[in-house]
Write a protein that binds this ligand. Structure first.
Ligand code: DHB
Ligand code: MG
Length: 222
């Protein structure tokens, strides 16, 4: 099955995803440094992120979990010239790779890449009373998603979109023998999303493709 999902993703990409040398260079440079590629969003998912940002004329984006900045490039290229992306990476080695890739893509002027625990950086942003973000992409350690959601709400305005990656994990969320902290964290996320007083609406969709079987959740802040 996964072979045909990948072939179908390639077909979709060949028709609908224009070549962008910045994205191609990102993948090449990341592989050249020996980093894996399965953590990056699929190109057609990157395009979905871009379209949600464009549809809502977002200008300020927060990303949790930069990894090698492939998704960061998608987020930044969706923005107008005066747009801004703040991206947070927890691991030093990945943070350094991300900074190099952001520089190579010529996006340093609009991307603020920080290294640190996302929750700590977010608490600092809340204390600094930074302007609200229009779009928040949660893609860091899955165990902490419930905490990241609550902190994201403190950095949101009415209408902010919160996109949470990897909330299906090949169905592990309903395999109740799986008690890994990451999976338990995702189950807690679903419980928190249910009837959250600060959310207007939420959903989750499963995805299959070159990245296997996973999914994303999407919320709008009330
Ligand atoms: C993993 C994390 C991700 O954010 C992703 O998109 C795919 C895989 C992981 O930790 O395995
Ligand atoms: Mg992800």
């Amino acid at each position: 099955m996964s072979e045909s999902w990948t072939q179908i993703d390639q077909y979709i990409e060949s028709h609908l995803i224009p070549h962008d040398p910045r994205l191609e260079q990102n993948l090449q440079n990341t592989a050249a440094h020996g980093f894996p590629d399965h953590l990056a969003v699929a190109p057609n998912q990157g395009m979905l992120l871009q379209m949600l940002i464009q549809m809502n004329q977002c200008k300020r984006i927060l990303e949790l979990g930069t990894f090698a900045a492939y998704s960061t490039i998608w987020l930044a290229r969706a923005l107008p010239e005066d747009g801004y992306v703040l991206t947070i990476e927890g691991r030093d080695t990945h943070g350094a790779m991300a900074k190099e890739n952001i520089e190579l893509a010529g996006l340093s002027h609009m991307v603020d890449a920080r290294v640190g625990r996302a929750a700590d950086v977010m608490k600092q942003l809340i204390a600094e009373k930074v302007p609200a973000f229009d779009f928040i992409f949660i893609d860091a350690d899955k165990q902490s998603y419930p905490e990241y959601l609550e902190l994201s709400l403190e950095l949101s305005r009415s209408g902010t979109i919160i996109f949470m990656d990897n909330v299906v994990r090949a169905g592990d969320i309903i395999n109740f023998e799986n008690k890994k902290p990451s999976i338990e964290g995702l189950r807690e996320l679903y419980r928190v999303l249910e009837n959250h007083p600060r959310l207007l609406s939420s959903t989750a969709l499963q995805t299959v493709g070159s990245k296997g079987h996973d999914g994303f959740a999407l919320s709008i802040v009330k």
